[in-house]
Design a protein around this ligand. Structure first.
Ligand SMILES: [Zn+2]
Length: 114
């Protein structure tokens, strides 16, 4: 089996101990790359956390915005549609539509965060 020297620890190891990248093996062995990644995380764990938190927040905001826009559009459509059987029934229908959409917003919010 072919061996290769790691540029970090200097140990000669079989090629299976190196990651493959773009058809070639990495200069450092798997163990060294893993420990470097761990060191980087330990040195600055907040950076990774903040990054993912920001992404979730952005994603949630966009989703809520879309749902709110859809809700407004749905209500506007309902308003334009002709009255079916008097005002009372139409008002009840509107209320139900809003309730359903509020539920959708809750589900999407909690679903994303959890
Ligand atoms: Zn190594």
């Amino acid at each position: 089996m072919e061996n290769k020297s790691c540029t970090k620890c200097g140990l000669e190891k079989p090629l299976t101990e190196f990651y493959k990248r773009l058809g070639d093996t990495t200069a450092k062995c798997k163990i060294c790359i893993k420990s470097e990644m761990k060191e980087r995380y330990v040195a600055n764990p907040e950076k990774d956390k903040e990054y993912s938190k920001k992404n979730i927040e952005n994603f949630t905001q966009i989703k809520v915005k879309n749902i709110l826009n859809n809700t407004v559009r749905t209500i506007q459509k309902k308003r334009k549609s002709p009255k079916l059987n008097g005002t009372l029934k139409t008002q009840t229908m509107k209320k139900n539509v809003v309730k359903e959409d509020v539920k959708k917003i809750h589900i999407s919010l909690h679903g994303v965060i959890l």
